[in-house]
Write a protein of this length. Structure first.
Length: 190
C-alpha cells in the first residue's frame, strides 16, 4: 500500500487533486486546501472496494488517523468523513469529540444530530486514549459554556469554535463571564 506521496499539485477538483509524482498523476481525495503547482507531501490512506481503489491524502498523520477513526463509526464512510474533515479543522473536530460537542460536528454537510452523537459515543473513549492527546485546557468546562453564550448572541458555531478554543486554552484560569468580553473583542477585531 501507498503510505505517503510527495509531488506537485497538477489539478484541483471539487474534492480531490491530481498529484504528480515522478511522472505519474495520482487522484487523491483530500480535505486539505492546496494550491496549484505547489509541492506537497500527503499521508495516504488507500481504500479498496469491490469496484474502486481510492487514495485519501492528509497533510498530517493526526488527520489520517482521525479519518480512519471516523470511518470506523457505523454510518460514516469515507465520503462523510471527508465532508466532516473538509468543514472542521482536525484539532477542532478532536476537541468537539472529546467534549461531546455534537453541534460543532453537525455543521458538516450530510451530518445530522444523530450521526454527530454517534461519532461522539463511539470515538470519545478513543480520543482520550493513546491515539490522541487532549490537554485539560482544551477539554475544559469553559468551552461549551463560552460557545453557548456566543451562540445566544447570534454568532454561528462554525465561525467561533476555533477562536473560543484558543481563548479557553490561553486563559485556563478565566471563567465564562471573563471570557465572553475577550471573545467579543477578538471577533470585532477580525
Amino acid at each position: 500500500m501507498i503510505g505517503k506521496l510527495q509531488g506537485v499539485i497538477d489539478y484541483i477538483g471539487p474534492d480531490y487533486v491530481i498529484l504528480m509524482v515522478a511522472g505519474v498523476g495520482y487522484k487523491v481525495y483530500t480535505p486539505e486546501i492546496l494550491t496549484l503547482r505547489s509541492t506537497v507531501a500527503l499521508w495516504i490512506e488507500t481504500i479498496v472496494r469491490e469496484d474502486s481503489i481510492r487514495l485519501f491524502g492528509f497533510s498530517s498523520l493526526a488527520g489520517q488517523t482521525l479519518f480512519n477513526q471516523l470511518t470506523t463509526v457505523s454510518g460514516v464512510g469515507p465520503k462523510v468523513a471527508m465532508a466532516i474533515m473538509g468543514t472542521i479543522k482536525t484539532e477542532t473536530l478532536m476537541s468537539a469529540i472529546a467534549t461531546g460537542d455534537a453541534k460543532t460536528i453537525a455543521t458538516a454537510p450530510g451530518v445530522g444530530k444523530k450521526v454527530a452523537e454517534k461519532i461522539i459515543v463511539e470515538l470519545k473513549n478513543k480520543m482520550g486514549g493513546g491515539a490522541f492527546d487532549f490537554g485539560s485546557d482544551i477539554a475544559g468546562g469553559a468551552l461549551p459554556d463560552l460557545l453557548a453564550a456566543l451562540e445566544s448572541l447570534g454568532y454561528r458555531r462554525q465561525d467561533i469554535v476555533d477562536m473560543a478554543q484558543k481563548l479557553v486554552s490561553q486563559n485556563p484560569d478565566k471563567n465564562v463571564a471573563q471570557l465572553v468580553p475577550m471573545a467579543l473583542k477578538e471577533i470585532s477585531g477580525k
